[in-house]
Write a protein that binds this ligand. Sequence first.
Ligand code: 3AT
Ligand code: MN
Ligand code: MN
Length: 611
Amino acid sequence: EAPEQVYGVTPPMKTDLPTDAERRTTDALLEELKRQNTFESPADTAKREKVLESLRHICNAFVKHVAKTKEPKNDVLIRNAIGKVFTYGSYRLGVYGPGSDIDTLIVAPKYVLREDYFEHFPKLLVEMAPKGAITGLTVVTDAFVPIIKFEYSGISIDLIFSRIIQKQLSEDLTLQDSALLRGLDEVELRSLNGTRVTDEILALVPERSTFRKALRAIKLWAQRRAIYANIMGFPGGVAWAMLVARVCQLYPKAAASVVVNKFFLIISQWQWPHPVLLKRIESGPLPVRVWNPKIYKGDSFHLMPVITPAYPSMCATFNITRSSMTVIQRELERGFEITEKIVTGKRPWSDLFVKHTFFTSGYKYYISVIATSKTEDAHKIWSGYVESKVRMLVQKLEQHPSIALAHAFNKGYERRHKCRTSEEILQVQEGSMEFLAGPEAASESNGATDESRGNGAVKAEEPAKEQSDGGVAKDGTASATAKVDDQDKTAVKEETEDGGTSVTSPPQAMEIFTTTHYIGLELAKIFPHPKLASNLLYLSLSGADQQDAKSLDLSYQVDEFKTLCTSWQKYEEELKDVASIGVQHCRNFNLPDDVFEPGETKPQRKSAKNA
Ligand code: 3AT
Ligand code: MN
Ligand code: MN
């Protein structure tokens, strides 16, 4: 036996204790993290504890209630009936901030079914919590991971559920043992997965407090650089946590500042697609799929695989595309250069956390994907679905020979528009930038959606095609019904005549909801001669600053993407009349004002500058 536990699949790189200088740069890092408001006050943290205590109480009452109804004569069972409350996500990792939710899992004995949870828990919750404490209660039973969402005294709670195959739970139950997974269905497995992964990550880092500090720094950096968002093809919270954990394993005694610097060194030089593992991949008792590129062809396409440590291991970064990988790689290299200077005292930590320049000096050409709906409820569903498909458009675009990079911004922009005429509605649906920017538009932006997850469901970090897509695309007939997004306005009028209520002149102002995703395009140096396109998306590059007129036909990719969206069964059955999808191109100087923060300057037309 080694005298010290070895963490990870290889021996550490370095086991030196921190120097005084390294301690000082760590102190400076913590100062900066505090200044940037990543910590919440002790009083607010105490409030979280109280809420969790209350949830434990309600959880036990819930399990007892089900025990009584199912086994009314079994006094022993009823007396000992308890459930257990676990957490996962940023709260469990200890890297939560003022706005974070608490991701919570309720585990119950085997006789408590998911149906019982959704039937009884919401009622009990409202009854047992202090009067008025529970707000915004939403129950989502048909999601990839079914969930109850609510706010408890102002704290957002994501509450999921699983039973395990035990008649009574013990007070000190943990979820480590893979044998606990026996006899569960896939939904139950997914529900247990979050806590099992988080607990494993924490168990596999040599020093939790160092890990937490370094992870806070990396999370802030990734958010500022707009490379944090699972759904848009970037690592999400779990993947960033595992990457930091791996670096902690390699430098078990290092100070947090050193871990951050080594993070950029190690991860920017990682020999992808060699996977990042926190431990050897385990096999287990179930007939379920475990990540293995030698067996599963699909797994061999993962560009930057980061593998979850809990059985059954999965790739948390399956959705990284060639373009997002390039963007991440650039950011890692930038991070390395800056932190090299920070650790030698030549630059301050604030330089690492400087905001991205996606809109201010990122690209000349942007594609905007606009999901439009006439009601807020429809928009929740529709924008969530479209968001989950933006990566598909990115992948189509990056295959185009004239496109070197298709960089999706990590967040969508939600806007509301007051429209008075059908003409105005049409302009919103088409994403006419003049209209959005115009004073008449009354366009009210809510800013970027915060880690938006559309349909309000917890989607485990799992193949997107299985997430909440609902139906499989029907046959080609769907594309013909993609109406209001068409450039040809007369087509819409025709639709209206037989379709009735869809796009008629509203008597008074009507509210229209949009969510727009932006994709920045970097064009290939060698630009093949374009085939002229006649309809739909035609990206004309013959701007005032272009010497020779060029054009790029993306109509095929755009059509395919729109068809993908509109052939969703739920769209055809429920959303068709109230929702639409539009795709437009946009020059940098035509971007809407609300993507710029105060103090940022919108790119200007070159000719205007010279004049
Ligand atoms: P916050 O501090 O809450 O912002 P977090 O890391 O806790 O950061 P979430 O609460 O959004 O983030 O998610 C917690 C976990 O829930 C992470 C992941 O296992 C699962 N999850 C939630 N939403 C998604 C999603 N859209 N895709 C994949 N996994 C998700
Ligand atoms: Mn969370
Ligand atoms: Mn959450």
